[in-house]
Design a protein around this ligand. Structure first.
Ligand SMILES: *Cc1c(COP(=O)(O)O)cnc(C)c1O
Length: 357
C-alpha cells in the first residue's frame, strides 16, 4: 500500500521509527525476554521508562525545578476536573476563557468545584478568534485557557502576561510544538494523543508548591499530590502509552528539541495557509492573527464543488481532513510528526483542483 498522508486531528501520527520500536517492544522488549505490556510496572526497566519520560518532558518544555511531571489516565477530559479539584480551594473561584468546545468542557467540570467566572469569550463570533486575556480579579485562584483550539483551528500566538493570577492551560493539541515562557504557569496538562504519543495517558506539569492547599478531601486518584508521592505510579500506569510517548520525546530531542520542531511547524503552516489565501476556491476559517499552526481550518467558497475536491484528495492518499461536524469544511491537522512533504501533497491537490475545475 502506498503511503497515507494522515491529517487526522487525533490520535496524531507518530514518527515511523517510533512505531517500529514500540511495536517491537510489544512483541519482545529488548533483551528482557518479555513483552513491554506483560512486564510489571514495578520492574526496574519500566521504572526507568517512567523516570526518563518525566525528565524528558521537563527538559523539552524547559520547566524549572518547581515543576513535577505526572503521566496519568483519564485523558485531558479528566484533567478538566482534576485541575479544579487540586487548585480551587473550598469556597473559592477561578477565571476561565471560553474559546470553544474544549474550553466549555473544562468550564463545565470546574463548576463542580467552585465559582467559575468566564472572563472572556469569542462565542458570539463563532470562535473564529481567541480573546485577549488581561488582568482578572485577584480573588481567583488561577486563569484557565486552551492554548490551541483543535476544533476551530485557533491558537494563542502569545501566552497571556500580566493577568495577576497564575496561569493554568490545556495544551493538549499544541504541547511541544513551540517554545514559550513557563514562568507564569502553575499547571499545564495535555492528552498525549494530539502531539506527544498514543492515546491512553495525559501529562500534567504541576508546580508542586501549589498542591495541598484547597482544604478539600480529594479522592485519591484525583489528587495530584497522591500521584506525586508515588512518582506517577500510584496505580498501574498505561505502560504502552507512556513508553511510546518517551520514544517520541527521544525522537524530538534528537531532532533538536522544541525550538527545532517549531521552525518546521512554522514552515508547514506557512505553506498551507499561503495556498488557502492564494487559491480563489478556498477561504480560511479562523481570523488571520489567531490561526493555529496545528489544526488548519478552511472551507470551499462553493460547497457544490465538495465531492470533486474530496475525490482528488482521496486519490492522492490524503485522509482525515474533513472538518469537525460543528465547524464543517476542512481541517488539516499537522502535528509534530507530519512531514513537510505531506503538506506539499495537499497543497498540490488544491492547485490541481483549481486547474481542473
Ligand atoms: C482532544 C482534546 C481534549 C480531550 O482529550 P482527551 O484526552 O480525549 O480527554 C481536550 N482538550 C483539547 C484542546 C483537545 O484537543
Amino acid at each position: 500500500m502506498s503511503k497515507i498522508h494522515n491529517f487526522s486531528a487525533g490520535p496524531c501520527i507518530l514518527p515511523h521509527e517510533v512505531l517500529k520500536e514500540a511495536s517491537e517492544a510489544v512483541k519482545s522488549w529488548e533483551n528482557h525476554g518479555l513483552s513491554l505490556i506483560e512486564m510489571s510496572h514495578r520492574s526496574k526497566p519500566f521504572v526507568e521508562v517512567m523516570d526518563e519520560t518525566r525528565s524528558l518532558t521537563k527538559e523539552l518544555l524547559n520547566l524549572s525545578d518547581r515543576f513535577e511531571i505526572l503521566y496519568l489516565q483519564g485523558g485531558a477530559s479528566l484533567g478538566f476536573l482534576t485541575t479544579a479539584y487540586n487548585l480551587i480551594p473550598e469556597g473559592g473561584s477561578a477565571a476561565y476563557a471560553d474559546t470553544g468546545t474544549w474550553a466549555n468542557k473544562a468550564i463545565k467540570e470546574a463548576r463542580h468545584l467552585g465559582e467559575i467566572e468566564v472572563v472572556a469569550s469569542t462565542k458570539d463570533s463563532g470562535y473564529t478568534s481567541v480573546p485577549k486575556l488581561g488582568a482578572v480579579d485577584s480573588k481567583h485562584s488561577f486563569l484557565h485557557f486552551t492554548t490551541n483550539n483543535t476544533i476551530y483551528g485557533t491558537q494563542y500566538q502569545e501566552m497571556p502576561t500580566d493577568t495577576g493570577v497564575p496561569l493554568v492551560a490545556d495544551m493538549s493539541s499544541d504541547i511541544m510544538s513551540r517554545e514559550f515562557d513557563t514562568t507564569p504557569f502553575q499547571l499545564i496538562y495535555a492528552g498525549a494523543q494530539k502531539n506527544m504519543g498514543p492515546a491512553g495517558t495525559v501529562m500534567y506539569a504541576i508546580d508542586k508548591n501549589c498542591l495541598g492547599k484547597t482544604g478539600r478531601d480529594i479522592p485519591s486518584y484525583l489528587d495530584l499530590g497522591v500521584h506525586l508521592g508515588k512518582d506517577s505510579m500510584f496505580n498501574t500506569p498505561p505502560v504502552f502509552s507512556v513508553f511510546t510517548t518517551m520514544l517520541t520525546m527521544r525522537w524530538l530531542k534528537n531532532l533538536g528539541g522544541v525550538a527545532a520542531i517549531e521552525k518546521i511547524n512554522n514552515e508547514k503552516a506557512a505553506l498551507l495557509y499561503s495556498e488557502i489565501d492564494r487559491n480563489p476556491l478556498f477561504s480560511g476559517h479562523a481570523d488571520v492573527n489567531c490561526r493555529s499552526k496545528m489544526n488548519l481550518t478552511f472551507r470551499l467558497n462553493d460547497d457544490s464543488l465538495g465531492s470533486k475536491f474530496d475525490t482528488l484528495w482521496n486519490d492522492a492518499g490524503i485522509s482525515g481532513i474533513k472538518g469537525h461536524r460543528s465547524v464543517g469544511g476542512y481541517r488539516a491537522s499537522m502535528y509534530n510528526a507530519m512531514p513537510l512533504d505531506s503538506v506539499q501533497v495537499l497543497v498540490d491537490v488544491m492547485k490541481e483542483f483549481e486547474r481542473t475545475i
